[in-house]
Design a binder for this molecule. Structure first.
Ligand code: PDD
Length: 284
């Protein structure tokens, strides 16, 4: 089936969908993005993703080139035109097209928007979650505004590639003090006793939407949440470890730097949180 992309007001065949060579996203990574899960043809946590998009845009002083209501229509139309029932919708807004100059272009330059959607192999993801994935650790080398969901992801790209080359699926960044910040495209968690530990979202990480929803799920499971930084040594000694993201949900981490976590298999907490996650998400 042919895929369709929304590009600046038009739905185009995916293969031929283009942006201008002087799009500031292309030249400067001057833009932001969101990835939202689609389940049963519906958007998962659209409200929270749109709120985070607005925050990212505000922080970078880029304006959304359409109303929130219109954006909702475009997201749904892109999902429908690509016949996605279970998958993700990707949305990117850049500062627009202008002659290359580092400072902002004049205010009449219209920000550029692209939306794509694709199906995910849900059964395959479940099988992966039943086995768990391996992670490596890499030194944190990103800028200090990782709370903004910017398309500038070069350290994340290199970290993920390093993971792949070492037979792992995720890389956890570790700051100078030895504390885990987050994964290259996920938030990082460990389970210690009855307590689920994750870094506070004020600095040093992206405030994941999956993370936010999971806070409710943790309370409902009768678990304690401790929002504090944790070290790699603590993670290696933990009962369980897992990563979260809209595209992966709750993904058990069963090895870190080639050392097994717990008994080396997905733990009860991560598995339960994964199973119950959608009870706490918003569908629209
Ligand atoms: N990644 N941290 C980073 C660095 C991320 O890139 C992501 C999401 C998350 C989790 O956020 P959320 O729960 O809102 O998906 C945390 C997306 C999925 C991506 O880049 O593909």
């Amino acid at each position: 089936m042919s895929r369709v992309a929304y590009v600046n007001g038009r739905y185009l065949p995916h293969g031929g969908a283009m942006v201008h060579i002087e799009d500031r996203g292309y030249q400067f990574s001057d833009g932001v993005y969101e990835v939202c899960e689609v389940r049963g043809g519906r958007l998962v946590d659209e409200r929270r993703h749109v709120a985070r998009l607005e925050r990212s845009l505000t922080e970078l002083r880029i304006r959304l080139p359409m109303s929130i209501a219109a954006l909702g229509v475009v997201l749904r139309e892109t999902i429908a035109r690509n016949r996605v029932r279970d998958g993700i919708v990707y949305l990117q807004v850049t500062r627009g097209v202008a002659r290359r100059d580092h400072a902002f272009p004049s205010s009449d330059v219209v920000p550029a928007i692209v939306v794509t959607a694709r199906s995910l192999d849900i059964a395959g993801n479940e099988r992966t979650a039943e086995e768990g994935i391996a992670a490596i650790t890499v030194p944190e080398n990103r800028w200090d505004r990782v709370d903004i969901k910017a398309v500038a992801l070069l350290p994340n790209v290199l970290a993920k590639q390093a993971a792949r080359e070492r037979g792992a699926k995720e890389a956890w960044f570790v700051d100078r003090d030895g504390f885990v910040t987050e994964g290259s495209s996920t938030n990082a968690w460990i389970v210690v006793g009855n307590t689920v530990v994750t870094r506070p979202a004020d600095r040093g990480i992206l405030r994941g939407i999956t993370r936010t929803v999971l806070v409710d799920a943790i309370a409902a499971e009768g678990l304690t949440l401790d929002e504090r930084p944790f070290t790699v040594a603590e993670a290696l000694a933990a009962l369980e470890a897992f990563s979260t993201a809209a595209s992966l949900l709750v993904m058990p981490i069963v090895r870190i730097d080639d050392q097994p976590i717990g008994n080396g298999a997905p733990g009860l907490v991560a598995s339960a949180l994964r199973r119950h996650f959608h009870r706490f998400a918003e569908f629209s």
